[in-house]
Design a protein around this ligand. Structure first.
Ligand code: MRU
Length: 351
């Protein structure tokens, strides 16, 4: 039985990109139309759209938006292509850690380079490619979900961190895709969601989307995970990823590494769920993953209200890197990759 999720996070409509505005979830569930390339750059940077696969698709849409804007500026296709590749490179810089953004913009750059069409034709090719990537994202997540569901014990409580759900992808989710597929087989499973400070994607977004789909979820604050692990209340951990190095080291939302250490100590399997587009085989280890440093206000304030003394020192990395030794498996659309990750990742890219 397939799980039907109600959520579609981002979608190309006619000549613009329609997305859920995630800055206001769960107070509001509203859609916003992005109509220019620059507006898309800001939507990604300001996290109106967020989550590695979702910002990948947003980046692909952004390239189409720039292309549409460029149509009236150019008559020469070669000049148009040079200008547009530059815009696609710019779109890649809207956030630094999630490699899906670079991957999807690169897919659009390939279309630009290989196209034999005129300007109008190339814009149509870019649009069709964006829609193809969009549809594939959902298909890939369902595969990830189904592979992951096979390792979910009956009646399991699954801990997750941040939001790697439908709202972090086009739909269905990666870590929460595993939850959705497992729930379709066994509706006695449940989720524990870490709050995920500073931006509270767990509290705001994961609980919202699971409640929307009727899947039981318990919200805990970030420091509570080892307590519940020690009580035997967590059976497995599944989280998403922003970038995975060739050796399996994985960048995900800040706090993920702490959860992985706690899981190892308590002998609880810790899984990553991510598409192959999140794996960056050009880097050997997690040391090479660029970590986004975000606004200090995310730490000093909650919902616009200051929670600490004025003038206090702040540091706010958005992501951390979980060493591959702590990861029981990487659940992908090609199956569950196991250590030695250098070998299993290389193998997954072959077939
Ligand atoms: O800063 P965010 O909200 O974009 O971070 C999101 C995460 O860390 C997710 O876990 C990751 O992108 C995987 S989404 C399927």
């Amino acid at each position: 039985m397939e799980f039907k999720s109600k959520i579609k996070t981002i979608e190309w409509v006619d000549n613009y990109s329609k997305m859920v505005d995630q800055t206001v979830v769960p107070y509001e569930y509203k859609f916003i139309n992005i109509t220019t390339g620059e507006a898309m750059f800001h939507a990604i940077r300001d996290m109106i759209v967020r989550g590695a696969p979702a910002i990948g698709i947003a980046g692909a849409h952004g390239v189409v938006l720039f292309a549409q804007e460029g149509e009236s500026k150019f008559t020469d296709i070669e000049q148009f292509k040079i200008w547009l590749i530059d815009k696609a490179e710019y779109m890649k810089t809207s956030r630094p850690t999630a490699v899906n953004l670079m991957w999807a913009c690169e897919k659009q750059i390939e279309v630009i380079r290989n196209s034999k069409s005129d300007i109008k034709g190339l814009i149509e090719e870019l649009k069709q490619n964006a829609i193809k990537l969009e549809n594939e994202d959902i298909e890939i997540n369902k595969k990830i979900g189904d592979f992951g569901a096979e390792v979910v014990p009956k009646g399991a409580t699954i801990l997750t961190h941040c939001n790697a759900g439908a709202l972090a992808t086009v739909g269905y989710g990666t870590a929460l895709g595993v939850v959705r597929s497992a729930y379709a087989k066994d509706n006695t499973i449940q989720v524990f969601a870490d709050e995920t400070r500073p931006r509270q994607q767990g509290a705001r977004i994961t609980t919202f989307e699971l409640a929307m789909d009727g899947i039981p979820v318990t919200l805990i604050t970030d420091g509570m995970c080892s307590y519940f692990m020690s009580k035997g209340m967590i059976d497995m951990v599944v989280v998403g990823a922003d970038r995975i190095a060739a050796n399996g080291d994985t960048a995900n939302k800040i706090g993920t590494y702490t959860v992985a250490i706690a899981a190892k100590y308590h002998n609880i399997p810790f899984y990553i769920a991510a598409p192959l587009s999140t794996i960056d085989t050009s880097i050997k280890s997690g040391k090479e993953i660029p970590i986004e440093e975000r606004s200090h206000e995310e730490v000093t304030h909650i919902n616009g209200k200051r929670i600490c003394a004025e003038g206090v020192n702040i540091i706010n990395p958005g992501f951390d890197v979980t060493p591959h030794e702590l990861i029981a498996g990487i659940i992908t659309e090609k199956g569950i990759l196991r250590p030695d990750y250098n070998k299993s990742i290389a193998e997954a890219f072959k077939g």
